[in-house]
Design a protein around this ligand. Structure first.
Ligand SMILES: Cc1cc2nc3c(=O)[nH]c(=O)nc-3n(C[C@H](O)[C@H](O)[C@H](O)COP(=O)(O)OP(=O)(O)OC[C@H]3O[C@@H](n4cnc5c(N)ncnc54)[C@H](O)[C@@H]3O)c2cc1C
Length: 815
């Protein structure tokens, strides 16, 4: 029976895979019953029907773990609610470690699980084998068991979600192809199909690997590519029981689950094969690719070493299915910054069954409220930018991410493919000076500088890594002399036009209506008081501001500001990232060095802290901002790219006798941790208000007659108090903090670290994290407890502080 196509709907969901059906199901729950799902063929006919169906939960982000946990809760109850079987089985998941480094990783994951409130037990090889008797454990060092992991039948779960959606009034139209999406004045107005046109307020594009092209048709960038993925299904094997946990064996690149008395075994080949480089064939529905047993042979050999019974088991099928993967291994969710009302839920990197329930819930709420239920930055479509518009680059990086799926996730690990992509004018010079680069948003950025004769590459481990001493030298130079840091990758904007002071005043939590030349550190808040942006703004004219924000936040912050200023039609935002270089000159000798290269007055009186103005350095025009993220006297020098080399040379020449050295981003991290400066995306973000984050000092008082976005939520917290508060912790230097370690106060779990590292001046490991309590948290409560941190399952004593560990009086910065 063909469902009649309506002329209009409140929302149109494109794609009848697990994600589209879950989104429609949840939209209906939110009252959007006037929703239509459009599927070009039949439900599940994309990637969903051939998924293996493992459902794991633990990720490095607390909120993504929570989202996957929501999937589990949903799959548990869906059959009872809809009467449609889902094949859900919760027999837990095992993960093996076959060497000491992997065991360190697993123990850190166990602590992450504790932090996020998930149970995860560490087992001996023997205990693991008792749960999974078919496996060999001669090479196993240990294992972890997550009792609430499980498996589902992908098609059945999808059908149950579709049934639940239909029961609530959603229309599902199969055999209907979306041919175009109509956009008017930057907003979606209709979806056109081969059976007619549907006017709508919003479209949720959950079209799997077809999403990139649908996006591109209206100028939306969805950086995903198709990659082949294989698993085999055996005939029944003696000893395989229905209650077998799922098994992941990352050192052998493989995963397993029980299926009809046999095993499903799949793996991540180190040399993945991209698919459909020239476009997806038109009639590709309910189809598989030819199995490629040669390509699978090394995976098979590794698997037989673990499960010898596979050598003699009959093989029912070697499934080869294409799936969409992304450059950072995470899926893509949210409203596209290019087109209003165009929501994306795609790119699920072979965990779309595990994520489908939660992702559909989150996307539905995003459509409904305009914001996600909680901070989903790690999967937010706005985490991408310029390099992600180049499909070849995306494919290169995605293949690297695929190949690394089961390799060790080292702390501080950098990608190696598709580099260099974007470089500063100083790049070649910094190479000759020993820079070891990291990459963000395609930009090459110096992480650290190897000394003469030193090896110029990272050597990863879970202990202190090879760059530790070199970064220490840069850190000390910043505290005692001066450093020069190439921060060209900063995202930079000009906001200008009539009404700009009022507009920016509305979206900034701090006061920006100051005289020309004033520099303000500020957050931009949402209606809940959550920190959407964290940046500095400099008033460069009566009707002009210069805005500087983090490299990775360029798309996000541009989108946030653009949406927020719509009420002021004459205000415009222009991005100048690619036009301007940035050299940061920081440290107690910064003034001596700068004054040797300029005739302008850079004395404290002549150029106070938190001001910015144009000066000439080495004869070149430079916008100098007296600001710091490392806690020392210093200036960010923003200048034309063409002038960067000359100014760098002049500063270096002048700096030689003052001990000036090059420094990189790892030194910045160590310095900012000591100084207590917050990092957006880890310490602060939409889930946190400035009051909770200890940034209340940067929020203007509404009693002064100024209103701003988010002020109500802030005032409420000021009156009623908060339930969590960001605090700093230090532990003995022998413990390596990476973030996500569990915080215990008087023996009770109260939170986890949002960031971690080492402070070379205080010679202790440093972490930040929210201390949480349902009844409320005060400064007294935070500082009165006795603290421990759990680091890789070991509890270690910790000291807490609400004040910076370095220069709390700001005497260095304001000298
Ligand atoms: C071999 C293999 C094993 C896997 N194993 C697992 C696993 O164990 N666990 C796990 O969690 N995940 C696994 N996955 C991943 C999982 O299958 C996917 O992540 C998930 O199915 C993605 O669902 P989706 O709804 O995003 O996309 P899809 O299922 O591809 O759905 C997209 C739908 O959009 C429709 N569509 C496209 N264009 C249009 C258009 N123009 N008009 C109308 N409709 C359109 C398509 O027909 C399709 O039905 C595996 C994947 C593969 C390939």
């Amino acid at each position: 029976m063909t469902t009649e196509l309506p002329n209009s709907a409140r929302a149109v969901v494109i794609g009848g895979g697990i994600v589209g059906c879950s989104t429609a199901y949840h939209l209906a729950k939110l009252g959007w019953t006037d929703t239509v799902v459009i599927e070009r063929h039949k439900l599940t006919s994309g990637s969903t029907f051939h998924a293996a169906g493992l459902v794991g939960q633990l990720r490095t982000s607390a909120n993504i773990t929570q989202l996957l946990g929501y999937s589990v809760e949903l799959y548990k109850r869906l059959e009872a609610e809809t009467g449609q079987a889902t094949g859900w089985k919760m027999h837990g998941g095992l993960r093996l470690a076959c060497n000491q480094e992997r065991w360190s990783e697993v123990r850190r994951q166990a602590t992450t699980a504790t932090s996020f409130g998930l149970q995860m037990h560490l087992l001996s090889p023997r205990e693991a084998q008792e749960m999974w008797p078919l496996m060999e454990v001669h090479d196993v060092v240990g294992a972890a068991f997550l009792p609430t992991d499980g498996q589902a039948s992908p098609s059945d779960v999808t059908m149950a979600l579709a049934k639940g959606a239909r029961m609530a009034g959603v229309k599902i139209c199969e055999d209907t192809n979306v041919t175009s999406i109509e956009v008017r004045d930057g907003k979606v107005v209709a979806v056109v199909t081969d059976r007619g046109r549907i006017e709508c307020d919003a479209v949720a594009v959950c079209a799997g690997q077809w999403t990139r092209e649908l996006g591109a048709s209206v100028g939306v960038s969805v950086p995903l590519v198709s990659v082949e993925h294989q698993y085999l299904i055996t005939t029944p094997i003696e000893g395989v029981t229905r209650d077998l946990p799922t098994l992941r064996d990352p050192d052998r690149l493989t995963y397993y689950k029980e299926e009809v008395g046999g095993l499903v075994m799949g793996g991540y080949e180190p040399d993945p094969i991209p698919w459909a480089i020239d476009g997806i064939p038109r009639e590709f529905n309910f189809k598989l690719l030819d199995s490629n047993s040669d390509h699978f042979a090394p995976i098979m050999d590794l698997a037989i070493g673990r499960v010898p019974a596979l050598a003699t088991a009959g093989v029912n099928q070697l499934i080869n299915g294409p799936e969409s993967f992304t450059p950072d291994g995470n899926f893509i969710l949210g409203e596209a910054p290019e087109v209003r009302g165009f929501f994306v839920g795609a790119g699920f990197n072979a965990f779309g069954i595990a994520a489908g329930g939660g992702a559909g819930m989150a996307l539905a709420e995003w459509v409904h409220k305009g914001v996600p239920p909680y901070d989903l930055w790690v999967v937010d479509i706005r985490r991408f930018g310029q390099p992600h518009r180049d499909v070849d680059w995306v494919r290169t990086r995605t293949l690297e991410a695929y190949a690394k799926h089961y390799t060790m996730a080292w702390p501080h690990e950098e990608h190696s493919s598709g580099r260099p992509n974007r470089v500063s004018p100083l790049y070649e010079t910094l190479v000759t000076r020993g820079a070891v680069f990291g990459e963000k948003m395609g930009w090459e950025r110096p992480n650290w500088f190897a000394g003469a004769g030193g090896e110029r590459r990272d050597r990863y481990s879970f202990g202190r890594q090879n760059w530790f001493d070199a970064v220490g030298r840069e850190h000390v130079a910043a505290r005692e002399a001066a450093v020069l840091i190439d921060q060209t990758s900063f995202a930079k904007f000009k906001l200008s036009g009539r009404g700009v002071v009022e507009a920016l005043g509305w979206i900034c939590a701090n006061r920006v209506d100051k005289p020309v030349g004033a520099l303000t550190y500020t957050q931009m808040l949402d209606d809940r008081g959550g920190i959407q942006c964290d940046l500095t703004v400099c008033r460069t004219g009566d009707n002009e501001f210069y805005i500087v924000t983090g490299t990775g936040f360029v798309t996000h912050d541009r989108d946030w500001i653009t949406q927020a200023i719509k009420r002021w039609p004459e205000v415009r935002l222009d991005e100048v990232t690619n036009d301007r270089s940035v050299l940061s000159l920081m440290g107690p000798r910064a003034r001596d060095i700068l004054s040797a290269t300029t005739d302008d007055d850079v004395s404290h009186a002549g150029f106070p802290f938190a001001t910015g103005r144009t000066i000439r350095v080495a004869g070149r025009e430079v916008l100098a901002l007296r600001v710091t993220y490392i806690g020392e006297l210093g200036w960010e020098l923003h200048l034309a790219r063409a002038d960067a080399m000359a100014v760098y040379d002049a500063l270096n020449n002048a700096g030689r006798r003052h001990g000036l050295v090059d420094a990189g981003y790892r030194a910045i991290e160590s310095l900012r941790l000591e100084k207590g400066y917050r990092a957006w995306g880890s310490d602060i973000g939409p889930d946190h208000t400035p009051i909770e984050a200890g940034l209340g000092w940067a929020v203007k008082r509404t009693s002064a007659g100024v209103d701003f976005r988010g002020s109500e939520a802030i005032e409420r917290q000021r009156r009623e108090g908060v339930r969590k508060m960001l605090a700093g912790f230090t532990v003995d230097a022998s413990h390596v903090l990476l973030g996500r370690e569990t915080i215990y106060r008087d023996g009770v779990r109260v939170g986890w670290l949002t960031s971690g590292g080492y402070g070379y001046t205080i010679r202790r490991s440093i972490g930040y994290g929210y201390v949480r309590r349902a009844e409320g948290v005060t400064a007294d409560f935070v500082t009165s407890g006795k603290y421990e941190l759990e680091v890789a399952t070991q509890r270690v004593p910790a000291e807490v502080s609400l004040a910076p560990f370095y220069d709390p009086e700001m005497s260095k910065v304001k000298s």
